[in-house]
Ligand binder design. Sequence first.
Ligand code: PSU
Ligand code: MN
Length: 303
Amino acid sequence: MNAPLVFSAEVAAARQTGAPVVALESTIITHGMPYPQNVETAQTVESDIRAAGAVPATIAVMGGAIHIGLEPDALQTLAQASAVAKLSRADIAFALATGQTGATTVAATMIAAHLAGIAVFATGGIGGVHRGAQSSFDISADLTELAQTPVTVVAAGPKAILDLPKTLEVLETNGVPVITYGQDELPAFWSRDSGLPSPLRADSPDDIAAAHLMRARLNLPGGQLVANPIPANAEIPAATLAPIIARALSEADAQAISAKQVTPFLLQRIFELTNGDSLTANIALVRNNARLAARIAQKIAAR
Ligand code: PSU
Ligand code: MN
């Protein structure tokens, strides 16, 4: 039996013609941004992808099926729903089997994109190794997904709330290429520079596309992480954010926030503590990632 996939009209048409498609996740909509900015951003990002010559496929689980591309009314409903599950590799089959509504994280979106034959996926930031992981063991399933599912994920780097050196170490151990676009330093989500050198650097979408296809020729499992620095006019300097992140982390600790709640809690607190500036930056970086992903998808389709 095949995976239960439902395609939007736009994505179904793209599959007929071989047009480039870019996958988008839905956890950023339900757990990463407040309403109504979440739905506005999702629509804007879809438009950015179309303007760049590709077709957007926002992915979510509804009614026992993985939706590959959401019709506008479904996107609205998802963005306003309150009890949406956050689905990763561990939960997606259960959610489908029991008819739950769920938003897909980077890991689950990669699984769905691959089932649908989509090679490129744009998001904001991936999950990674949390600070204090040596005692909490909190390491995002996004990292092990990158090691096993052949999708190129365009993000603005691991989120700055994480332990970035440990995140890079786990990616390296698992054989995941980390390719920064256009600079030598790894970006850190809201900031252009993490202070860490990037393992790899690419200066064109075509090089990223070529590397994606070469991995397949080598029979290597897993995808690529493309780290695309936030545009300079939208960044929040790392020094401005550091005390805010520290405060959000200590609050999470004091309230014993754990597991799936950690990332949404921290993003919400940083949003409040920056008076919304983190959200403005988040929107700018997601749009920037969508545009780059569309160019990579075109190059893969052309090759
Ligand atoms: N990037 C954002 N906002 C988000 C996320 C990423 O800008 O909300 C989500 C993604 O879905 C990512 C998830 O996969 O956070 C990571 O969650 P965790 O740390 O629990 O694995
Ligand atoms: Mn976690």
